[in-house]
Design a protein around this ligand. Structure first.
Ligand code: TRP
Length: 471
């Protein structure tokens, strides 16, 4: 297999380095914050089942396609796609799929850092509460003793009312992200993944056991897994599940192409992709098992949506033993997951900018991180000063503030469009030679994968696009 042109000079030190970094990118706010809120809003069981079907039949084939493009092209996402197109005798204009994905990743980074900034604030909030519970000799009691439910839930609006604090947290999170990416693929991204991901898994398992043991486990299990066929076939539930699967697996955002380029030729990408998808999906479901028993035990609403993690959950910790300590660990865990994702969001455009403008890694990361921070300010202010600013007040953006627009533009347009192009490109355009001699993809598995990429994926992703644009 001739890979003309680009050569990625950086790379993972081992297959496990790749698996941990890619899983770190996939596991993030999407699993811990977005999945439970989506499952809660879409009625639980039906959403969860359909989500798993989407991951297996649509997400996994696209994930494998993206890593294959990267590994064949061995460059930044755009360069890699051009190499594959050239080697297949197709137009290099197909690299637009990577350009769209890269723009999507960059825009996600702008608001991801704002929300991760809230997470940093909540780490501080719970840390303060741990200290005061120790002083009061009530470490084993619940969180926020002496505060009413409203007072606990008011911590979020109080943060929104304090711009220096909110922007400071956003700046801090972005600075940490820039620092890690500036240190390189091996010395920065892989290194934090190797330390943070195992720690993350231990925290997740520990908190989940605590939650199932002390919370309303039965209710949570019933909610997450109860099979209600009537809800299963609802188009909006199906599309929400598919959109969530894409976001969670970091597809359509040039990311898996970028990380695939750092994998060596011997890596079995079929099994590696399967491990990544399985880990990401398990984390989403386990996160549900960690969060819902606590919320059910407190008798609060599970369908509170995006504020579930920042208002409902902290309030729920009030009735749990050692609530402030566990709450502190919970938000620390969310921070670890968010950081291993934000570095991936920054790495995709960084790799391209370094090559395109011939910039040193440090310069490229500071530049891109700075611009992403500046744009993110508009998203942060969407929660106060700019809440009623509707810069694109037409069609699907009608009535949306800057934060909502960025979320809609990426989730409903850029990511699905990029993923759709990936599926069509790999399923129909890329030369069979590119995918036929890959280790781990042969026989029936190969046939099935090709069929899914060529037929099911374009249809399903096309449906999200059309439905998203009309709805
Ligand atoms: N998968 C990430 C999460 O679950 C979000 C995400 C989407 C992402 N696209 C990405 C992360 C690209 C890194 C790179 O939170």
């Amino acid at each position: 297999m001739a890979a003309a042109g680009a050569t990625a000079t950086e790379g993972w030190s081992s297959r496990w380095g790749f698996i941990l970094a890619a899983t770190g990118s996939a596991v993030g706010l999407g699993n811990l914050w977005r999945f439970p809120s989506q499952a809660g809003e879409n009625g639980g069981g039906a959403f969860v089942i359909f989500y798993i079907i989407c991951v297996v039949l649509i997400g996994l084939p696209v994930l494998l396609s993206e890593t294959l493009i990267g590994r064949h092209g061995k460059g930044d996402a755009i360069e890699s796609t051009k190499v594959v197109a050239r080697d297949s005798g197709a137009s290099t204009a197909w690299s637009a799929l990577a350009g769209i994905g890269m723009l999507g990743a960059f825009l996600i980074l702008t608001f991801y850092s704002v929300i991760a900034g809230w997470v940093l604030y909540y780490i501080g909030l719970f840390a303060g509460d741990v200290v005061s519970s120790v002083q009061n000799g009530a470490v084993l009691g619940g969180a926020f003793q002496g505060q009413s439910l409203e007072q606990i839930q008011d911590h979020l609006p109080a943060l929104f009312a304090n711009n220096p604090l909110m922007l400071g947290m956003h700046a801090l999170f972005m600075a940490i992200t820039v620092y890690v990416v500036a240190r390189g693929v091996h010395g920065g991204i892989e290194k934090i993944a190797v330390y943070l991901m195992p720690t993350f898994f231990l925290l997740l398992i520990g908190i989940t056991i605590y939650s199932l043991a002390t919370g309303a486990a039965g209710e949570a299990l019933g909610f997450l897994f109860a099979f209600d066929p009537a809800r299963l076939l609802k188009p909006d539930v199906m599309l929400a599940a598919l959109g969530q699967a894409f976001f969670s697996l970091s597809l359509g955002s040039a990311m898996m192409i970028t990380y695939g380029a750092y994998a060596d030729r011997k890596t079995n990408l079929a099994s590696t992709s399967t491990i990544i998808a399985a880990a990401d999906t398990s984390v989403a479901i386990i996160a549900g098992l960690a969060i819902f028993p606590i919320v059910f035990a407190a008798g609060l609403a599970v369908d509170s949506g995006p504020t579930l993690m920042f208002q409902t959950l902290p309030a729920s910790f009030q009735t749990m033993p050692a609530g402030s300590f566990i709450g502190f660990l919970f938000f620390l865990m969310v921070f670890f997951a968010a950081l291993t994702s934000s570095v991936a969001l920054l790495e995709a455009p960084t790799a391209w900018v370094m090559k395109r403008f011939n910039l040193a890694r440090g310069v490229a990361t500071v530049l891109l991180g700075g611009i992403a921070f500046a744009i993110g300010i508009l998203s942060a202010l969407s929660f106060n000063l700019l809440a009623d600013w509707h810069p694109l007040n037409f069609s699907i953006f009608e009535g949306q503030n800057f934060f909502d627009i960025t979320d809609t533009l990426t989730g409903k347009i850029l990511l699905p469009l990029s993923a759709l192009l990936v599926a069509v490109f790999v399923g129909w355009i890329a030369d069979k030679r590119l995918t036929d001699h890959e280790n781990g993809i042969s026989g029936g598995l190969h046939q099935t994968w090709r069929f899914l990429v060529a037929w099911l994926c374009p249809l399903a992703v096309g449906a999200i696009l059309v439905y998203g644009l009309l709805g």
